[in-house]
Ligand binder design. Structure first.
Ligand SMILES: Cc1cc2nc3c(=O)[nH]c(=O)nc-3n(C[C@H](O)[C@H](O)[C@H](O)COP(=O)(O)OP(=O)(O)OC[C@H]3O[C@@H](n4cnc5c(N)ncnc54)[C@H](O)[C@@H]3O)c2cc1C
Length: 470
């Protein structure tokens, strides 16, 4: 009697979805891309997400992030105090210097309040302020495990929901109808999609493009995050007639240790403590008031200043007391020497000039009181201490670029706008690809993730509406 032949598994795996046909194609797998892909998939669309990075490097800049700006009218489990939407709007208008689009700012403020709940639904964990380990923050919520944990959770959810993720898949061409071409592990092919979402971030890792406005200074920039932010597709759209936002040459810069890797050094490479010593350029001379900005904007101030120095490199000079006061401890140890001339030699500076700079600085501090330090050139805002107790130390620093302040313009439904004023019906943009439309070149902490999540979700919902069956 013939035996009944059973299949090797009772429920065989369905064949993988095709790489070249889908409802919604998402280009870029950072915060904006993941929020877009999940939103579109949950709304019923078949989704392909093409990410240029290999799996181990997935997540874009959000891997390095730690907090998200969220408005709330009353204290929540994640944020003390109140941060009304109206104040968030004002903050954005202020940092953009009045250039932020008021309608898009409204969209962001109106859609940001429920982000913690929505992200939690996608598996993201937040840190409770009651743990006592966080800086007090009324305006932002902190991620448990940081940005990498968040991106891993979002990828897990996307894949569990059935988003077809292609790693090492670079978008190499895109038009204003959303027609895209991918290069995936050596194979180049067009993707047939009903709608496409561009979420490839800025172009801070594209030195050739930066050189057009920055000149040779572009060579000295350190890329703080993903090395894949080259903006190839954004540029292609601008050349085809997409409307631009922000300014070429704009961007968010901070001071980072000059020994940082070329890209992906993350938040730990940021240099602080400039107010504890004095900063000299490669000629051994001071070039900015070390005490002028000690607020939360100080990182950005020094990023811009060092970008203007020859060779885009400078040094913080500290004595033993200044070094002892450094907090947080720098990830790269300060360079050390027993005397100032010896330190100059370690740094490749002219010893006489460095000694002259420090001596003149110390003399001004000793002879003057408070505001009289303004006679120094550049002046020095108090408090300040003489650089006199050996051993002497130095931290070399460079401009680190977080993202560019130049991108695309979108309408309130995240559709890419053309220069003739029309919206592209099947092409959307989200995240730092369009962030400059709200922020210009300005920034407030945590708003970048908010912007990526808000416009990513909107783009995902809108793109999915092209395939929804009612
Ligand atoms: C060190 C550091 C710390 C930060 N901390 C914070 C913080 O605490 N809070 C906050 O709000 N923001 C923070 N930011 C900024 C924030 O992380 C980013 O602005 C935000 O995550 C941008 O998301 P995005 O998806 O628009 O772009 P990106 O993160 O740049 O992601 C774009 C993705 O697209 C991929 N890609 C690029 N080109 C292509 C292509 N042609 N084809 C396919 N894929 C492509 C990239 O590989 C990348 O994965 C920080 C940034 C850095 C660098």
């Amino acid at each position: 009697m013939p035996r009944l032949k059973l299949p090797s598994t009772l429920f065989p795996e369905p064949p993988p979805p095709p790489d070249d046909r889908t409802d919604v194609l998402v280009l870029g797998g950072g915060m904006a891309g993941l929020c877009a892909a999940i939103a579109a998939r949950r709304a019923g669309a078949r989704v392909i997400l093409a990410e240029q990075a290999p799996r181990w490097r997935r997540g874009g800049n959000a891997r390095h992030a730690r907090n998200i700006r969220v408005p709330h009218d009353a204290p929540t489990a994640l944020s003390p105090g109140r941060y009304p939407e109206a104040v968030l709007r004002q903050d954005l208008e202020r940092v953009s210097g009045g250039t932020g689009d008021p309608i898009l700012i409204d969209v962001l403020a109106n859609h940001a309040g429920d982000l913690p709940a929505w992200l939690a639904q996608q598996g993201v964990l937040f840190q409770s302020p009651d743990d006592g380990v966080l800086p007090w923050s009324r305006k932002t919520v902190f991620l448990l495990g940081g940005g990498t944990a968040m991106m891993n959770a979002l990828y897990d959810t996307a894949e569990r929901l059935g988003v077809h993720v292609l790693y090492e898949a670079e978008g190499v061409a895109l038009d204003l109808n959303g027609a895209a071409r991918l290069r995936h592990r050596g194979r180049v092919f067009d993707v047939d999609s009903r709608a496409t979402i561009l979420a490839t971030g800025g172009y801070q890792a594209n030195r050739a493009w930066l050189r057009e406005t920055w000149g040779r200074s572009a060579e000295g920039l350190v890329v703080r995050g993903t090395p894949f932010a080259r903006g190839i597709l954004m540029r292609a759209l601008i050349e085809q007639g997409a409307q631009e936002s922000g300014e070429p040459g704009g961007g968010h810069l901070v001071a980072v240790d000059a020994r940082s890797p070329e890209a992906d050094g993350g938040i730990v490479t940021r240099i602080d403590g400039l107010h504890l010593g004095l900063a000299v350029n490669q000629a051994g001379r001071r070039f900015f008031d070390e005490g002028e900005d000690t607020g939360s904007t100080r990182y950005g101030t020094w990023g811009r200043q060092v970008a203007g120095c020859a060779g885009q490199r400078a040094f913080v000079i500290l004595d033993a007391r200044g070094k002892a006061a450094l907090l947080p401890l720098p990830v790269f140890p300060p360079l050390e020497a027993p005397s100032l001339p010896a330190l100059a030699q370690v740094l490749g500076l002219d010893p006489e000039t460095l000694v002259d700079t420090v001596t003149g600085y110390n003399r001004a501090l000793t002879e003057g009181h408070g505001t009289r330090w303004r006679r120094l050139n550049p002046p020095r805002t108090p408090p300040a201490a003489c650089i006199e107790v050996p051993p002497f130390h130095a931290l070399p620093f460079a401009p680190g670029i977080t993202f560019t302040g130049h991108g695309l313009y979108v309408d309130e439904r995240a559709r890419v706008l053309r220069r003739d004023g029309f919206s592209c019906p099947t092409l959307y943009a989200a995240g730092m690809t369009m962030g400059p439309a709200l922020l210009g070149s300005g920034y407030v902490s945590g708003v970048s993730l908010t912007l990526a999540a808000v416009f990513g979700r909107i783009a995902g919902w809108e793109a999915a509406s092209h395939v929804r069956v009612f």
